[in-house]
Design a protein around this ligand. Structure first.
Ligand code: ADP
Ligand code: MG
Length: 214
């Protein structure tokens, strides 16, 4: 069952993956951004670690709301308010204790729409949305079919990697990277990279959990 008891494990695993990739992501953000993306994320993650036990006692809508508020108050930068928006919108759009794919897909789709509005951005602009939009589209496409959760999780990782890779050849038109115009070509967007790392990490935690007998 995918309940909030998994949140401490997920948060711990995300802290580790961001730490292990900090140098690479910072280099990406130095090329086309201002180099602070990892520090911004880490500030948010540290704040989440402090509250992870409380979070694991809440149901999903309340946990998402709290995650959004924690990120809003701890992370600076564009990515902070975009992630805060994602989680608060996810909270508003859902009302479940146990996560189920068909309803989660709809709520996630609404949350990604809220991020688009907040960032005044769309697909193809070399941002983290180039990971989240394809992911949301994929989840919507499988939401109402008969499904095997593990194969969907495997596909989620692939969609995230493909989305992250797709930013390499995009021209940045949003955020700080847009000031560089053509110079942004040939480099992956830092926010897309961390989005992919976090999604693949969540998939790993859920995969381990699925394989563990109840
Ligand atoms: P800042 O851009 O304020 O320094 P960060 O460095 O933490 O914030 O995050 C940068 C990332 O945020 C970018 O790599 C990009 O993926 C994402 N981003 C920035 N602006 C937008 C926007 N308007 N819409 C969507 N994503 C954005
Ligand atoms: Mg930055």
């Amino acid at each position: 069952m995918i309940t909030t008891h998994l949140l401490p494990q997920i948060i711990t695993a995300i802290v580790a993956v961001i730490e292990n990739n900090a140098e690479e992501v910072t280099q990406l953000d130095q090329i086309i951004g201002d180099g602070d993306h990892v520090t911004n994320l880490q500030r948010g993650l540290e704040a989440l670690v402090l509250q992870q036990d409380e979070l694991s006692l809440l149901d999903w809508p309340k946990a998402w709301q709290k995650i959004g508020m924690i990120l809003m108050s701890s992370v600076g930068g564009a990515s902070g308010s975009l992630y805060a928006t994602l989680f608060m919108a996810l909270s508003k759009a859902s009302n479940e204790t146990e996560l189920k794919l068909p309803t989660f897909a709809v709520a996630f789709n609404e949350a990604v729409d809220a991020v688009k509005k907040r960032g005044k951005s769309k697909a193809g602009e070399k941002t983290l949305l180039d990971v989240y939009i394809p992911l949301s589209e994929y989840l919507m496409s499988v939401a109402n079919k008969e499904f095997d959760l593990q194969s969907i999780l495997n596909e989620v990782s692939l969609v995230a990697i493909k989305g992250m890779e797709s930013t390499r050849d995009m021209l940045a038109t949003k955020g700080r990277a847009s000031f560089l115009e053509e110079r942004s070509l040939g480099h992956i967007d830092a926010g897309a990279k961390t989005a992919q790392l976090m999604i693949c990490t969540i998939v790993d935690v859920l995969t381990k959990d699925l394989a563990t007998p109840a």
